[in-house]
Design a binder for this molecule. Structure first.
Ligand code: GTP
Ligand code: MG
Length: 439
């Protein structure tokens, strides 16, 4: 999404001069992109007017070129209309009600949030009170099992209020309780009554409306309607990965005065992040998001583990752990998106290929003996053949794994104990991975 804004800025940066014509053209490109993202036309014109005025009239701050000044203005204006402040997410005992129309992502988001709060150290339970959709409880139960979260539901019970009551009792030991409610095709009277009743009995601390990014600016109207009904504490916009209209949804919710708290960026339980407009805009302008990546790295890697990785022997066991941690951080595609690589673009298919390779490497390492993993130098051509057979691959595949292991091992030795490594273990690792791609 919004890749075109990045392109427009690059085009602008390539021009020798940053005069009125160049600014006009940049603004036109941005307008086109925003309108294609279903951002309200009024907002688009307001934004364009501000960018033009500031770019041409404002004094250029010392130390900036006109071009840098314009980029800075675009950045600030986008942040201003996509929400400005990062929301507060309370990490305390609480009850959360998720609501929204059909297929907006309520059930998936219930699991994502449960995982999010669990990672923050809070015990979580989820309740499915969707009595309309067949197998709604089954869906939530399955998702919850995958992430080891306790789910409550009663497929035979037809009264959502009773389910919520019983669920609260069953999960009373949990610190965070998340309730997944039923969707409808519109906010009709039936849904109003049902949500009101659930709201009265649950007394949620947070009432979050789930909106799919692909509805674009219609998100604003929905946010308003639901807000009037139950008094929302925020919205979560899902499918930001797969819809081009997410920008429209974000700006419309902001304009409607309802805070976006999280965004959904994929179908997996880890694909959720706090909505931080500054970070979001940096990413869409291609400035990278190292902070976001490191935050994720922190979550998947405990300090002890990091210490262990750095101070101990580096062998195939440690290599295996690193690949595991990267897997937990998400797909390589996503990780690369967050890294400021100075405009270096690694084609998606190569990243997918690398991702596939890393999956295979794990299987190969699984067919090595404990001793081999501890002392990789033992692995000779005979053993390579055996490992390949065990993993159902060819010997050159195992050789490739060993080559990559050796590269990382060399780099780890270089950084062992070093501050640079401590600050960004993954950064260095990616540099090494990057070296494996043909330019
Ligand atoms: N790509 C992508 N898909 C998502 C995201 N969130 C949810 N989905 C998908 O959207 C579809 C609907 O998600 P659900 O969680 O079942 O939606 P729901 O609101 O519970 O649907 P109902 O209970 O029928 O109202 C599923 O196929 C999800 O995998 C997201 O952030 N990105
Ligand atoms: Mg559902």
């Amino acid at each position: 999404m919004f890749n075109k804004i990045k392109d427009a800025l690059n085009k602008f940066a390539r021009l020798g001069v940053a005069d009125k014509n160049a600014v006009d053209e940049l603004v036109r490109d941005i307008q086109r992109t925003l309108i294609a993202s279903d951002v309200d036309v009024k907002l688009v014109f307001e934004l364009s007017k501000n960018i033009k005025e500031k770019a041409l009239d404002e004094k250029i701050p010392a130390g900036l070129t006109r071009r840098e000044h314009v980029v800075d203005i675009v950045y600030k204006e986008l942040v201003r209309f996509l929400g400005e402040k990062k929301p507060d997410i309370r990490l305390a005992k609480q009850k959360i009600l998720l609501l929204g129309l059909y297929g907006s992502g309520k059930t998936t988001t219930t699991a994502k949030l449960a995982k999010y709060f669990t990672k923050k150290g809070l015990s979580c339970g989820v309740i499915s009170c969707d009595v309309w959709r067949p197998a709604a409880y089954e869906q939530l139960k399955q998702l919850s099992e995958e992430i080891s979260i306790e789910a409550y539901g009663d497929p035979k019970e037809k009264d959502p209020v009773k389910i919520v009551k019983d669920g609260l009792e069953a999960l009373k030991a949990k610190e965070v309780i998340i309730v997944d409610s039923a969707g409808r095709s519109a906010l009709d009277n039936e849904l109003r009554q049902e949500l009101k009743k659930i709201n009265d009995i649950l007394k949620p601390d947070e009432k979050l409306l789930i909106l799919s990014g692909d509805i674009g600016q219609a998100a604003g109207t929905q946010a308003k309607e639901f807000n009037e009904l139950v008094g929302l504490s925020g919205v979560i916009i899902t499918k930001m990965d797969s819809s081009a209209k997410g920008g429209g949804a974000l700006s419309a919710c902001y304009a409607a005065g309802v805070k976006t708290k999280f965004i959904g960026t994929g179908e997996k339980p880890d694909d959720i992040e706090i909505y931080d407009p500054v970070k979001f805009v940096s990413r869409l302008l291609g400035m990278g998001d190292l902070e976001g990546l490191l935050e994720k790295a922190k979550e998947v890697m405990s300090p002890q583990k990091a210490e262990e990785l750095m101070s101990g022997e580096f062998n195939l066991n440690t290599f295996y752990d690193q690949i595991e941690s990267m897997n937990k951080m998400g797909s390589l595609n996503k990780i690369m998106d967050m890294l400021p690589l100075g405009g270096v673009k690694i084609p998606k298919h190569l990243l997918n290929e690398q991702q596939g390779k890393m999956g295979k490497w794990r299987i190969m390492m699984d067919s090595m003996t404990k001793e081999e993993k501890k002392k990789p130098e033992l692995i000779d051509s005979q053993r390579i053949e055996r490992i390949a057979k065990g993993a159902g691959v060819q010997p050159p595949d195992v050789k490739e794994l060993m080559k990559n292991y050796k590269q990382v091992s060399k780099m780890m030795k270089k950084f062992k104990g070093g501050k640079a490594f401590k600050r960004g273990p993954f950064k260095e690792m990616f540099k090494s991975l990057k070296g494996n791609f043909p330019e």
